[in-house]
Design a protein around this ligand. Structure first.
Ligand code: KIV
Ligand code: ZN
Length: 511
């Protein structure tokens, strides 16, 4: 059985999804969960792209021990040096360096000849290999490249010291048969190809990313790159949970398997969905809400007689719980802490104590506290740790024939208090107009989504928003029993992130 390495780029290509911006704490939480999932390689970011990315790659590299951590670099020495500073403390420093190889990229983007690109690629791989024990080289837009040139440059970078060669379908243009033929061509025309792991990296513009990745395995790829839930640039990347399950369920055909700990899939998917604000379609394979729901009477009857009639994957295999564990107001500190650890949150004593108090408040108002509620509690706590503005008070007046009015008090991190009131055509708009007035900044609301956690009349309300100001986009999340309070919290959370990004950019401009 061939072992296929999985390379997760949720924190790099996935974070490039429009409107997704994760803070350091959230990236660390995701990286730790990816490690628990058994991910072979975690691409933690692009260290030279910003100070924030550098810091998070560095932190993840020194925290994660059981997965290899990597960072992206363009083919310039400065990017490689910065990546080394971020990754040198990791268990197995690994660099991912790339350059485009297609005629369209060479002519219009790089304005270089093929010979110049080949020389740069070789020089940069040699430079990187002097620092990093493992260098992965990627041919950006490989699928629209001239095959003889691709083979020539691949041979040269292997000679220069690359240990992994990645053949990305950057624009999601390829099809399974075509992608397989590119790998076969390289296997047949690159004499030193046996010295490296061949990697596939597919985008989903034609909805073929997973199928293309599997075709690459059939043609000899031993590493697959992608993201959890398939998030990423434009239509996203290959969903790694789908690749892993296809290999597992169809081992008979692929004669290959990944090393993923499959029961960790559901939890990882939920964590990433919550932190990125990218909801999962109910019919999404493996992790969608309906992935294991049988609606038709004939199917239900068959499944009751024998699940194998209509179920090729058992829900338990991927960590979907049929009878979720619930806590309640009689649950003690120990049970609470144990459940958090089982959910993957290793908290310090003082953090766990603060959360326990919040849990008790919640349990006074809500009979059954599920894993989803606990998730919301922990994530909300992390969200509020680096706030510049805090919501002190919120009052909304609403009547069917009156104009909704909101009054809000905010406290700034320097202790200053701001209070304002404004109206709107609905209560949420009144709140957002008031917040905009408090912050004295033009803010555009791009997206607003409301959902209940678990359902039922005592469910928590969770709101996701996306805002834009002065060309910067940020998303935010808020959870409360009341829809209006969670709406205000989500907006403020997005604003706090927006300010953090703007402040960061200003610092970089000054430097
Ligand atoms: O899609 C792509 O080509 C990439 C490279 C940087 C590997 O993400
Ligand atoms: Zn990509």
């Amino acid at each position: 059985m061939q072992k296929i390495n999985l390379f997760d780029t949720t924190l790099r290509d996935g974070e490039q999804s429009p409107g997704v911006n994760l803070n350091l704490q959230e990236k660390l939480e995701i990286a730790k969960q990816l490690e628990r999932l058994g991910m072979d390689i975690i691409e933690a970011g692009f260290p030279a792209s910003s100070k924030g990315d550098f810091q998070s790659v560095k932190e993840i590299a020194s925290t994660v021990k059981n997965s290899s951590v990597t960072g992206l670099a363009r083919s310039v020495t400065q990017d490689i040096d910065i990546a080394w500073e971020a990754l040198k403390d990791s268990a197995e420093p690994r660099l991912h360096v790339f350059i485009a190889t297609s005629p369209i990229h060479l002519q219009h983007k790089l304005k270089k000849t093929p010979d110049e690109v080949l020389e740069t690629a070789v020089t940069m791989v040699k430079y990187a290999a002097r620092k990093f024990p493992i260098v992965q080289w990627s041919a950006e837009d490989a699928c629209r490249s001239d095959l003889p040139f691709l083979a020539k440059i691949v041979e040269a970078v292997i000679e220069a010291g690359a240990k992994v060669v990645n053949i990305p379908d950057t624009v999601g243009f390829t099809t399974p048969a075509h992608y397989g033929s590119v790998f076969k061509y390289l296997k047949e025309h690159v004499p030193n190809i046996h010295k490296v792991d061949l990697s596939a990296h597919c985008h989903d513009d034609l909805g073929l990313a997973v199928a293309n990745s599997l075709a690459a395995i059939e043609a000899g790829a031993t590493q697959i790159e992608g993201t959890i839930n398939g998030i990423g640039e434009r239509a996203g990347n290959a969903a790694l949970e789908e690749v892993a399950l296809a290999l597992h369920i169809r081992k008979d055909f692929y004669q290959a398997d990944s090393g993923l700990i499959l029961p960790e899939i559901k939890r990882t998917s939920e964590l990433i969905s919550k932190l990125t604000g990218m909801t999962i379609a109910p019919n999404k394979a493996i992790v969608g809400k309906n992935a294991f729901a049988h609606e038709s009477g004939i199917h239900q009857d068959g499944v009751l007689k024998n699940p194998l009639t209509y179920e090729i994957i058992s829900p338990e295999l991927v960590g979907v719980k049929q009878n979720p564990i619930v806590l309640g107001k009689h649950s003690g500190r120990h049970a609470f802490r144990t459940r958090l650890v089982e959910l993957g949150f290793a908290l310090e004593d003082n953090q766990a104590n603060v959360l326990f108090e919040k849990f008790k408040d919640l349990a006074d108002k809500k009979k059954d506290i599920t894993d989803d509620d606990l998730f919301a509690l922990v994530l909300q706590k992390q969200v509020s740790s680096d706030e510049r503005y805090k919501l002190e008070a919120l009052q909304v007046q609403y009547g069917m024939n009156n104009i909704p009015t909101a009054t809000i008090t905010l406290r700034k991190h320097n202790g200053e208090v701001v209070q304002e009131a404004a109206t709107g055509s609905g209560s949420v708009e009144a709140i957002y107009n008031t917040l905009e007035r408090c912050l004295a900044q033009d803010i555009k609301l791009l997206d607003y989504r409301l959902q209940s956690i678990n359902g039922g009349p005592d469910a928590l309300a969770e709101v996701f928003v996306k805002v834009q100001s002065e060309g910067v986009e940020a998303s935010g999340r808020g959870v409360a029993f009341d829809v209006l309070e969670s709406s205000a919290k989500a907006y403020l959370n997005a604003i706090n992130r927006l300010f953090a990004i703007q402040q960061h950019r200003t610092k970089q401009e000054v430097m």
